[in-house]
Design a protein around this ligand. Structure first.
Ligand code: HEM
Length: 142
């Protein structure tokens, strides 16, 4: 998945259908509560305090799924693969990340369509973030 594909959602209605900003805040809050207790991922995240990372992922997902573009106002173009280059993400880290995100999605009361859209995206996007150990998810140069 290219950086541009990672940054542009195919549909703009998932944000509203999911329940808007409060639901994305809840999703990412639940995800990072799990990350905070996970030794595999704690070794990857540089900051002890995950509140900044929580806010960045929340704003990114809100923007990606069709909500306000606050993320890019604050951070510029997402360039997710580039922003993840400083962190060693192998298949193991990706699988653990996706496991926690899947659990967070499953813990919310979402429609089947919204749930599938989120999980399909997280599956592909997390694979695209692999940057060590081969099995690179990259499909096209960015
Ligand atoms: C595959 C496993 C992944 C790992 C191990 C990982 C790890 C990280 C780390 C260590 C950071 C820096 C924390 C910070 O912002 O302070 C980060 C930032 C971020 N990650 Fe991930 N990530 C993964 C997958 C993803 C995926 C799939 C997405 C998108 C759906 C994503 C979106 C973001 C965003 C938006 C930021 C903040 C970028 C910025 O504005 O600086 N990450 N991630």
């Amino acid at each position: 998945m290219s950086d541009d594909a990672l940054a542009a959602a195919p549909t703009a209605n998932v944000f509203e259908a999911a329940g808007g900003e409060p639901v994305f805040r809840e999703l990412v809050g639940r995800f990072y509560a799990r990350v905070a207790k996970d030794p595999v991922l704690r070794a990857v995240y540089p900051d002890e305090d995950l509140s900044g990372a929580t806010e960045r992922l929340t704003l990114f997902l809100i923007q990606y799924w069709g909500g306000p573009g606050t993320y890019s106002q604050q951070r510029g173009h997402p360039r997710l693969r580039m922003r993840h280059q400083p962190f060693a993400i192998g298949r193991r880290e990706r699988d653990v990340w996706l496991g926690h995100m899947t659990a967070a999605v499953d813990s919310l009361d979402l429609t089947a369509g919204v749930k599938k859209a989120l999980l399909d995206y997280f599956d592909a996007a997390s694979t695209a973030m692999i940057n060590v150990g081969g099995n690179d998810g990259r499909q096209a140069p960015d």
